[in-house]
Design a protein around this ligand. Sequence first.
Ligand SMILES: Nc1ncnc2c1ncn2[C@@H]1O[C@H](COP(=O)(O)OP(=O)(O)OP(=O)(O)O)[C@@H](O)[C@H]1O
Length: 645
Amino acid sequence: METTTSAFDIPVNYILGRCTLGNWDDDDEQADTTLSVLNVSYVVKERVGPWWKGACLRRIKHKIVLRDVSMHMKSGQITAILGGSGSGKTSLLDCIASRASGTVSGKVYYNNMECTKDIAQTFTSYVMQADRLLPNLTVRETLRYSAQLRLPGHASKFDIEEKVSKVIIEMGLRNVADSRIGGSIVRGISGGEKRRVTIAIQLLQNPKILLLDEPTSGLDSFTARSLISSLASLAHNNGKIVLLTIHQPRSEIFKMFDQIALISRGQMVYFGRTDQIVTYFSDLGHRCPTYTNPSDYFVDLASVDRRNTEIQEETSERVKELSSAYSNSTLHKDVVYQIIEDTMKPTTGRQLITQKINYYRPQKSGFFRSLFTLLGRMTLNVFRDRTSYISRIFLLSLFVPFICVFLGHLGKNQTSLQDRIGLLYQSSQVPPYVAALNAVGLFPPLRDLYYRECSDGLYSPTTFLLAYVLHILPFTILSSSIFSSVVYWVTGLQPMTQNFVHFSSLIFVMHFFGEIMCVLVMGAFMNPVLATSTSGLILSSSGLMASGFLRNVDKMLPIFQWLAWGNIFKYAGEILAANEFHNLELTCGKNGTFCFPDGDTYLNLVYPDAVENMTRNFWAVGGFTTALFICVIVVFKLRGIPNLS
Ligand SMILES: Nc1ncnc2c1ncn2[C@@H]1O[C@H](COP(=O)(O)OP(=O)(O)OP(=O)(O)O)[C@@H](O)[C@H]1O
């Protein structure tokens, strides 16, 4: 079948094949697809100057990452972008996938139709360099959950299983289908198999165009070869466009590519058929020596050597000559003319098809389906890892023996007043802090996976965060109940059921609050070490300042008194104090020194309205926790998706 040459020839069947009204899994492999890149340039902003000047004061420098790059690919072809480190390979893929963060000029066309982000998301799948997979799931489970998120809401269980089995076979994962992915601690499938799983996830949506950033990085040469061979057969047998970046492939791999794009310092040095590259460079006077891997030779030829100034100038000059020779070559002109010719045809048909694409774009799996899929996946991931659920349930309980041994059974004498204050202070501080530790350990892999799936447009931050809090809820209830039951009854706080219910409810809310607080910090900072120290600092300084257990809030500077109104620990402190000290009888010594005859005397002194404000304070802690959760969603939305590799 001939390549699409007219806008009217754009295969509507293919579009219909992805239609939610038709069969979403229709493999209309006969339909040709083209992908063209015309004079694409890409400029990014860099801030230069000393760090202490901050982001606003540092000078902005514009860096040209890509300059006038043109390429043309069609279905059934595998094309490799080659080049040294920093030459602009990943940036070129980002521009094609509409994921670039800087300024892109020039045009990218899908089926001779100007590309928008929507079109890119509909027709392409992007495989990033890093595998972001949950270590405790098996290959099949990973694919099943991904399919539930990626396939339209009406796809049945049977459709999903069928699709999963199909990609497992396509990517040669049959032997490891029921093995765990594994991670740094638990051994799982090999690095090459993980790469295959990542690619298989992207194949679930049956994309026409598959973009892969360094798919062979970190793989041994045998595994790399077998992976590229699978990608080549995806292109040749399934009619996909496969475009990948690669550093320096070995010669067997090099031969598998149909086309090569060699770039250097953001400029194209060669784009054309693989079997013509040797002749092309020989004609320019750079003959690839016998017994030398052509990819090694050409990548070295197009790289600037920075060992010393002399060599740098010499190699820079050579690269300039190579890129100018290519831009004047018939090879380059043919590519540009072909793209211009194909895309200059009447636009009405294209507009019509754009409308069709917008109409037939596959529907997302829906809010509730995404929510329950994420919830199921997170829960399974925790239950598969003993250390995760043990730490979630029992980490808080580990503090109990220390508290009990240190304080023992509280009496009714005057020193027990101080013991009670210490115990209540610890009870308000430890649960949120332990929850923050749990979040630091268990949230980052889920967040990384969220970033990848969110950049694929699968679900929103709200869905992800809601699923996260719902999956921690049973653990939070269980661990806070164990903590409060033992601490409350062993240390001998007021032995009344209602007081115990108040105490345990507050412990639960504070435990939950700590986790949400840490998730908020991890939405702002990627680094978990920074997240731990920031969360710890926020929690301990808030408790210190506002709980009233270490210093009476009314005796602080007015600014701190005002700030305390906006701090959950003020209300938590009042609840704990009123709950324990109201109606508490104390005994005085015989030597006639000042003493508190009962807990209410202490309450009147430090928390005058705490008993009357009990209900208000419960509303306040609940309100703070809800508001914090809303803030987390806002932070994740504002922060967006970081530039992932
Ligand atoms: N958003 C950005 N901000 C600043 N510099 C950028 C940005 N994107 C790309 N660059 C710069 O552009 C150049 C090309 O980067 P790119 O990641 O595309 O190279 P690459 O060929 O993929 O390199 P590698 O093979 O090492 O991954 C690099 O010098 C990089 O620092």
